[in-house]
Structure formats: structure tokens, C-alpha cells
Write a protein that binds this ligand. Structure first.
Ligand SMILES: [Zn+2]
Length: 395
């Protein structure tokens, strides 16, 4: 290997690249099933399912393996040292293109060596970039337009001795014109070209697109596997925290960690990486405080402006919206007489506040979705914060 060709690549870059991250435990079986029939893989693939289950981590690993020159000797993943792998590590692979291309933010959902989900950085000038997405949704992602798809044509039509891969991330954000343009490409596949679509919201994809790609069962995994993974991650983190602080001696208790994992998976709709992101999130420890604020707002003991000013010093708006969503989901459950998902939060003394019309809660959910979209549109966060507090006070 001539390292002079890769002046920017070193071992650490390969080790830190999401293309070479360990396989998530619940994806082992799928990996084997897919890679065993690599020569019969369809030309259009769709990885669809809710955020936080490791779709991206799986796709990056699969791409690296499909392009790896030493694939035959490395069934478990790309070798990490051939030309292709080094191109990937330096984000300069000529046979890979990723949409949305205009993205300038380059954090990628990935696994580190400990198997913990986190964001990794890649070369900013690379084609293989991704917009930063929150762990929960992709409302901040712009639409993929017809010109973006047309710009792919030279890449997918170009002859190649090996494989060429085109990834369309957030495929559900394609406009109808973009989706129709993509259909033409899907109808006339070139040998060796793979089109990989990733979507958190496959229901929004055109039926004609879905009928021309093979949906990979990335969402099929056992709840117990997710639970075991999350419990292990929580124990690890608690042990690290305990070792750093003499105050925290409770860390690393398997039974307690299992209970935390169960609750996190419940509020994350069973998505293990999303659950882990919740555990790490700054809002997770502020849930009881949110409830105290809400009660104070409801009883007029605190003004919405004062509450807004206070919370702006505690959490950024994205985190506060996520926290509010988790809390009102449980308040809606209480309203319906269903046990809340959060067992560690004291929902006592709220009975008197449970007489709100259900439609008001639904409306608040819609408003929060709109506010999430506003964040990506340069609306002043303070204004949204004030508006949300006002709504929480008057629901
Ligand atoms: Zn390789």
C-alpha cells in the first residue's frame, strides 16, 4: 500500500470512521443474511424505520464492505486498509455519492469502539456528508429536489469495473418531481450500481418508489436484545461517572440499570440508540422539574415569561421541545387512565389538572411539531420558547 496517496488518512481516522464501527448486536443476523447473498443483492435497497434503531450505522458499514477490495477475506466488515477503505476514511471515495449533497454539517450517527451510539465527524468537503439530525426526527432536513436527483445521473450512468453506490438519505424528503426522476433511474439499473434509500418515515415515500426497491427488514429485532444492549451501556456509563465522582456510589447496579433501560426504551418507542441518546440528553434529568414548572404555570404561581426566561438558561429549545413531548405524552396517558411510561416521575397531585379537553393536548402536539420545523428556519428561539410556555400555561 502506498500511503503517499492518502496523506490525510491515519489509523485513528479509520478507527473513528462510522464505516468501520462495530455491528450493533441486533443487526448481526441481518448482516449475515444480506452479505451471504451479496451477488444477488437487488440494485435498489430501502432501509426504513423509525430513528434510533441504527439504520445509518448499518448502511455505512454495508457500503464500506460492498466497496472493499478485500471483501472476500473479510465477511464481518470492510478490511480498513485497502484503497477503497482509505478513500472512505478520508471521505474521498470516487464510487460513493450521498444525498443531500448540499449538506454542510457532517455529523454521522455512528458507533464508537465501545458500541455506544454517538456522532462522528467526516471531512467537510466530502460528498459523503450528512446534515445534523436530532436523535428523534428529521424535521430540520430540507427537501431533496429534482435537480439534486438529475445531478446524480452522470454518476449512476457512468461505467465502472467495480461497484458504485448512491445513497439517498432522508428519502422521504424527496419532492414528487425528485421521486419521479429517481424512478427512471430505478427502472434502468446499470450493472454494479446500487441505490440505497434511507428513511425514518417510509409512509411518506411514493408507492411507486417503494415497489421498485427491496425493503430491508432493519426494524426486525428482539426487544430483549435491545434491552440487554441498553442495560450494558447504562452500567458502563454509571461506572464511569462513579469513578469520576466520589459522590456517586450507586452506579453500575445491574437491576437498577435494567429498570432505567426498560423505561428509556418505553419512551423511545423501543429504538435502542434513541433511548441511549435520551439517557445522555441534558433534559433527561430535568423531567420532574418540567412537571413542577407546568403545575406552577397552571396554578398561576409563575408567569409564562418567567418560566420561559428560566428554562432558556437550562436547555436549548430543541432539548426543551423533546422534554415537553415526552412529558405531555405521559400526561395524555394519564388523561386516558393509562399508566405513564415514566415510572420514576411523581405524577401525583395532577388529578385536578387532568380535566383538560383531549383536543387541546393533540393541538399542543401539532404545535410542537411546527415549532421543531421553525427552529431550522431562523426563527428566534426566545419567541418560540415564550409561545410554548404561554401554551403550556393555558392548556
Ligand atoms: Zn477494504
Amino acid at each position: 500500500m502506498n500511503t503517499v496517496d492518502y496523506p490525510l488518512v491515519n489509523h485513528e481516522m479509520v478507527a473513528n470512521s462510522p464505516y468501520f464501527a462495530p455491528l450493533l448486536p441486533w443487526q448481526q443476523e441481518l448482516w449475515q443474511r444480506l452479505t451471504m447473498r451479496v451477488d444477488r443483492l437487488p440494485h435498489g435497497l430501502l432501509f426504513a424505520g423509525m430513528a434510533g434503531i441504527g439504520k445509518h450505522a448499518f448502511v455505512w458499514r454495508l457500503i464500506a464492505w460492498l466497496l472493499c477490495h478485500n471483501r472476500g477475506q473479510h465477511a464481518e466488515g470492510a478490511c480498513g486498509c485497502c484503497d477503497s477503505c482509505l478513500w472512505l476514511a478520508s471521505a474521498t471515495h470516487p464510487d460513493l455519492i450521498v444525498l443531500p449533497q448540499e449538506s454542510q454539517i457532517i455529523e454521522i450517527e455512528a458507533q464508537d469502539a465501545d458500541g455506544k451510539g454517538q456522532k462522528k465527524n467526516l471531512n467537510q468537503s466530502s460528498k459523503s456528508m450528512h446534515k445534523k439530525v436530532s436523535s428523534a426526527d428529521n424535521t430540520a432536513i430540507g427537501k431533496i429536489k429534482v435537480d439534486d436527483i438529475r445531478a446524480l445521473q452522470p454518476f449512476v450512468n457512468q461505467g465502472s469495473h467495480g461497484r458504485r453506490i448512491c445513497v439517498i438519505d432522508y428519502a422521504d424528503t424527496m419532492t414528487v418531481a425528485a421521486a419521479n426522476a429517481l424512478l427512471k433511474t430505478l427502472e434502468e439499473p446499470k450493472a454494479g450500481v446500487y441505490l440505497i434509500l434511507i428513511s425514518d418515515r417510509p409512509a411518506k415515500l411514493l408507492a411507486t418508489i417503494k415497489s421498485r426497491v427491496q425493503q430491508i427488514p432493519i426494524t426486525q429485532f428482539s426487544a430483549s436484545c435491545a434491552q440487554t444492549f441498553l442495560t450494558e451501556q447504562i452500567i458502563k456509563q454509571q461506572q464511569i461517572q462513579s469513578s469520576k465522582s466520589s459522590d456517586r456510589v450507586e452506579g453500575g447496579q445491574p437491576e437498577a440499570a435494567k429498570q432505567i433501560a426498560t423505561q428509556l426504551l418505553a419512551i423511545a418507542d423501543g429504538a435502542p440508540l434513541k433511548a441511549l441518546a435520551f439517557f445522555d440528553a441534558p433534559w433527561y434529568g430535568l423531567r420532574q422539574l418540567w412537571l413542577i414548572t407546568w403545575r406552577a404555570l397552571q396554578y398561576g404561581k409563575r408567569s409564562s415569561i418567567a418560566a420561559s426566561d428560566y428554562w432558556q438558561t437550562q436547555l436549548d429549545l430543541t432539548d426543551f421541545l423533546q422534554l415537553t413531548q415526552v412529558m405531555i405524552n405521559d400526561l395524555q396517558r394519564l388523561k386516558l387512565g393509562i399508566a405513564p411510561k415514566q415510572q420514576d416521575i411523581d405524577f401525583e397531585q395532577l388529578t385536578a389538572l387532568m380535566d383538560k379537553p383531549f383536543e387541546k393536548w393533540i393541538q399542543l402536539q401539532h404545535n410542537i411539531d411546527d415549532m421543531k420545523i421553525s427552529i431550522g428556519q431562523n426563527v428566534q428561539e426566545k419567541l418560540i420558547y415564550d409561545e410554548l410556555m404561554q401554551q403550556l400555561a393555558t392548556i
